[in-house]
Design a protein around this ligand. Structure first.
Ligand SMILES: Cc1cc2nc3c(=O)[nH]c(=O)nc-3n(C[C@H](O)[C@H](O)[C@H](O)COP(=O)(O)O)c2cc1C
Length: 164
């Protein structure tokens, strides 16, 4: 899959809304992820509202680019599905990576915006969306059609692999 090799974080976006079908495909990819005990402990909050994206860009000092995005997805853990937030986090990370790859397949740019385990960022999202106790917002992903050159980095390092 070339999208795995060609994906890179995109931080500048065209101001053109994504197609509903594209958003749906990105979400469907998330749900394909593996999860511990197949608990599927994820929950997604999807917004295209520019005013909300601007407000949410304050959830972290490194999330300013969200104000430029045309779609934001908050990736949440549902601890009713798996009470271990550690497992939820791993499962939700797998779901997030699927979204990044599927977005690339559709020529849509994306950038993962870290939240958990920073408590202030998690709390800000929890309060903003008035979430119940079991829904823990972990991080966000910004999406949009790229408005920048995409330069995937060559990160392969043979020295980090040990063959037995
Ligand atoms: C857990 C995680 C948190 C990240 N948080 C941010 C962030 O807050 N802001 C940002 O601009 N990029 C963020 N990134 C993107 C990384 O900076 C990026 O993936 C890394 O520099 C490698 O570049 P690449 O995605 O282009 O391969 C995050 C990535 C991960 C996996």
């Amino acid at each position: 899959m070339n999208s795995i090799y060609n994906r890179c974080s995109v931080r500048k976006f065209k101001q053109k809304s994504l197609e509903k079908s594209e958003i749906s495909q990105i979400l469907k990819a998330a749900f394909c992820a593996p999860s511990a005990r197949n608990a599927q402990p994820w929950y997604f909050i999807v917004t295209e509202d520019k005013e909300k994206l601007k407000e949410l860009s304050d959830f972290s000092p490194y999330a300013k680019l969200l104000a430029d995005a045309t779609l934001g997805i908050v990736v949440c853990a549902d601890t009713d599905c798996n009470p271990s937030l550690d497992y939820c986090q791993q499962d939700c990370a797998a779901a997030t990576q699927n979204m990044l790859i599927e977005a690339k397949e559709l020529n849509i740019g994306s950038c993962w915006l870290g939240g958990y385990p920073n408590e202030d960022r998690v709390q800000m999202l929890k309060t903003y969306f008035k979430l119940p106790e079991n829904i823990v917002p972990l991080w966000m992903v910004a999406f949009g059609y790229p408005d920048q050159e995409e330069e995937p980095k060559d990160k392969y390092k043979e020295s980090k692999v040990r063959y037995e």
